[in-house]
Design a protein around this ligand. Sequence first.
Ligand SMILES: Cc1ncc(C[n+]2csc(CCOP(=O)(O)OP(=O)(O)O)c2C)c(N)n1
Ligand SMILES: [Mg+2]
Length: 348
Amino acid sequence: MSIATSTLRGLYEQMLLIRVFETEAERQYKAARIGGYCHLSSGQEAATVGSTHALDPGDLLVTGYRCHGFALARGVPADAVMAELFGRVDGCAHGRGGSMHLLDVSRGYYGGWGIVAGQLPIATGLALGLVRQGRAQAVLCELGDGAVNMGAWHESLNLAAVWRLPVVFLVMNNEYGMGTSVERASAVTDLYRRAASYDLPAERVDGDDLLAVAQASATLLAGAREERRAAVLELVTYRHRGHSVADAGLAYRTRGEIDEHIQRDPIFRVRALLAQEGVSDDELDGLMGAAEEQVAAAVAASVASPPPAVSTLATGMYAPGSAAQFAGMLPGAPFGERELVFAGGLGE
Ligand SMILES: Cc1ncc(C[n+]2csc(CCOP(=O)(O)OP(=O)(O)O)c2C)c(N)n1
Ligand SMILES: [Mg+2]
């Protein structure tokens, strides 16, 4: 794929921002400024940035919980992503979501979902919504290699094929689901081949090759947008850090295996491409400095941002009118329930 040097430079800046952001997020987590879970995507930047780059402004993006990089690549400001990790009001989900539940509907980013494969039916439903609204746009739905063994994967791919929905399922195959390797979890380890069960087109590419990722994503998203053709794209990549910041990542893989991947760092690969295009070392180093400044500013803004008021914690949780419905479901309420459904225990 040929690409203008200025575009490549912009993508490189995004990759650097993600790497620096993730490194800082780990530091802030260990300093107890970030609570809950925190899953880093260091090492997966080419897959994240290349696929997101192929989105049109009107396309929709849905991801799992390893989502900081996707939010940044979609243009959510680093301040708003960091503040969300800190649980502050200026976070992109107003501080109510945290690391796994980033959200920015104004940029077509529909989350950030913590239940493995829970995002697939949501993405499939969003694609149905696009069809119903007559919008020629696509949904890109990111998931991990662990998610392809969930029922929601099969249900979503089947419906997407039968109803011809404009959704591309992006499988980030980083070789492990927590501590379980793909070999131990999946009978078919070329995960893209599973799409054949649903008669969907599928591709597998080196997820650490930015241009290959961008090219394959653009082709499959165009098929979804223009011909309502759902598809599967498997990106083979690797996470440098543990599953979450609570995992050292060494119990189920060797130091040697990790180092081998770090030597093939996707960021170095893009830096080498830019150097070939004549971008100087000084300029490339300057881009790193700019990313570090941006992330330092994001931390400062997050520290300064207050937590949401406790009285607003349920805001946006339920549709208007739900309170009356829930009240009606209590024992002795107008719907007639006399006891809680499971009060006597299951199976009695
Ligand atoms: C339904 C469900 N089961 C279990 C978990 C716990 N869990 C969180 S992440 C994860 C592994 C998923 O691995 P993968 O899909 O490969 O994504 P990756 O973490 O590698 O990005 C598991 C089992 C969960 N969040 N949801
Ligand atoms: Mg995985």
